[in-house]
Design a binder for this molecule. Structure first.
Ligand SMILES: [Fe+2]
Length: 231
């Protein structure tokens, strides 16, 4: 089993409701190599991310999930004395530690847009080499209402009005297209990509994956993903 230790020299920065951890893995090149050790697949069903994904059984990624939730999240992001066990590993059919890759071509055909996640915390390790990094994790407000999340009454009212004359069977499509159209959204912040940077993003707010780039898998946007669910 390859050694995928977390670094002891992580630089941790709190950014609003989010956490940025630079120097996450001790040997990020090994994780990159692992990501490329198997292929990536495009999923046929509707997805909320650009590009393809792959899972590599080279490590017990759940062990890293547990260390993050009981360490970084508990120490830096939880409040009110919440126990560190408040985040489960299996709430959706999600492979903790999966990899995603997206090139400039995927930018053209990307199906995703601004969204808000089911899980409270989203963890992403960026594994694109420094010379290729571009874009990042984007945070948005809804341009028509100023809402920062889908529970804002102004956003709920806007959707109700927008959908009032739309057949029910078209609602999901119309909302999805509204979220994909960036003219409906105002970029308010961006956490830039950086090699071996781990971000723990508070995902109950409007956000999007930044620009995809690269002409091949070596120069593409490569990331590893974890989700942290409330019990
Ligand atoms: Fe997300």
């Amino acid at each position: 089993m390859v050694d995928f230790n977390l670094s002891r020299n992580q630089q941790i920065t709190k950014f609003k409701d989010h956490l940025i951890v630079d120097g996450f893995y001790e040997f990020p090149d090994r994780v990159r190599d692992a990501a490329f050790s198997k292929g990536f697949e495009y999923r046929s069903e509707a997805v909320s991310y650009p590009g393809a994904e792959g899972y590599v059984d080279a490590h017990d990624w759940l062990e890293i999930h547990g260390r993050v939730s009981q360490g970084l999240i508990h120490r830096h992001l939880q409040s009110g004395g919440e126990p560190p066990s408040a985040f489960t590993q299996h709430k959706k059919n999600f492979h903790q530690g999966k990899f995603r890759i997206a090139t400039a071509l995927d930018e053209i055909y990307r199906p995703d847009g601004v969204h808000q996640d089911f899980q409270r915390w989203t963890g992403v390790v960026y594994l694109t080499l420094p010379q290729h990094c571009a874009g990042g994790f984007e945070l948005y407000s809804h341009s028509h209402t100023g809402a920062l999340d889908a529970n804002d009454p102004r956003y709920i009212e806007f959707l109700e009005n927008m959908l009032a004359a739309v057949p029910v069977e078209m609602h999901d499509y119309v909302v999805h297209e509204h979220m994909r159209d960036k003219s409906n959204w105002t970029l308010i912040d961006e956490i830039p990509l950086a090699y071996n940077r781990f971000i723990i993003a508070m995902a109950h707010c409007f956000h999007a994956t930044g620009v995809c780039f690269g002409s091949n898998i070596q120069s593409a946007r490569l990331s590893q993903h974890f989700e942290f669910y409330d019990c």
